[in-house]
Design a protein around this ligand. Structure first.
Ligand code: MN3
Length: 301
């Protein structure tokens, strides 16, 4: 089962310059084949379907634990997209929408009109071309080594796509999210490499030079590297998945520093709270009425 903490894994700035087209590009990192939906669902189903886990518990623990972190990563990328869409319509402030104007007319030429027609100005479970995320992005052969090799490949591709999106946009929310997720994805890439090295003797970091493009190329990663996040595996459970430290041990291949397991999630940042958007009727046609009903319910409870 899962517990949920109403925080983002890291603090995201929420400046109000919208960029719907850059948000469409960021969708690749959410719902693309190598996006966070894919890392989440690959590790989640691999952990659900894991047979004989007692025999190879450290590897079950690793996959199940990383899956839990990925749930927070889809949350972070969705918050990024929502932040980048906020303010794109007219009438996102508390005031009324000007009845004489077409509040969404400026949006008919954006790359993904589904953001505004279908989703009320928010993130889609889709890639940068608007194609829905698909269950067949999940690879789960039942063969542990094959699945770990796939996961290593998936993290390597995910990193490449993050770097490409980084080079498409300097939007401050996107860059903050990317700084953090480049570091965390790097941890998962190295963790799967370590697992494969233990199980097969093959030196994965020599094969693929992990990570091929170092975090030091991206200034937004610096604060997290300095805090040691690149060599930290968080244990996302009060009691369980304790054997992750059988895999996450030794040194980091890039800087030679000792890696460590931290019990519990990262400190995290404020939960995203995107403003109401009357021109999208979100959260409703008369948001003040909804607020009144909610206040009445809270008074009566
Ligand atoms: Mn991730």
């Amino acid at each position: 089962m899962f517990l949920r903490i109403d925080k983002l894994q890291v603090e995201l700035p929420m400046p109000e310059e919208p960029d719907p087209n850059a948000a469409a590009a960021v969708q690749e990192l959410l719902g693309g084949r190598f996006g966070e939906m894919s890392t989440l669902m690959n590790y989640t189903y691999q952990s659900f379907n894991f047979r004989g886990r007692d025999k190879v518990k450290p590897y079950y623990d690793l996959i199940a634990n990383i899956a839990t972190e990925e749930l927070g990563h889809i949350e972070l990328v969705a918050a990024t997209i929502n932040g980048m869409l906020t303010g794109a319509t007219r009438g996102t402030e508390d005031g009324e929408v000007d009845p004489t104007s077409l509040p969404l007319s400026g949006l008919k030429d954006v790359r993904n009109t589904h953001h505004f027609i279908v989703n009320g100005g928010s993130a889609l479970v889709a890639n940068s071309m608007g194609q829905p995320w698909q269950g067949d992005y999940v690879f789960n052969s039942g063969d542990l080594i094959l699945d770990l090799l796939h996961n290593f490949f998936l993290e390597s591709g995910a990193r490449l796509h993050k770097i490409r999106v980084y080079e498409m946009t300097d939007h401050p929310i996107a860059r903050a999210m990317l700084g953090y997720l480049l570091v965390r994805g790097g941890v998962h890439q190295v963790a799967y490499a370590k697992a494969l090295e233990q199980l097969t003797g093959a030196e994965m970091t020599k094969m693929l030079n992990v990570p091929r493009i170092p975090n030091s190329k991206f200034p937004e990663t610096r604060q997290y590297e300095e805090a040691g996040s690149h060599r930290t595996l968080y244990r996302f459970s009060p009691e369980d998945f304790r054997d992750v430290d059988k895999v996450w041990k030794g040194v980091h291949p890039e800087d030679g520093q000792e890696v460590e397991v931290v019990d519990g999630p990262p400190e995290g940042g404020q939960a995203a709270d995107h403003p109401a958007d009357p021109s999208e009727y979100a959260p409703g046609y008369h948001p003040d009425e909804l607020a009144e009903i909610a206040q009445r319910m809270m008074r009566n409870s």
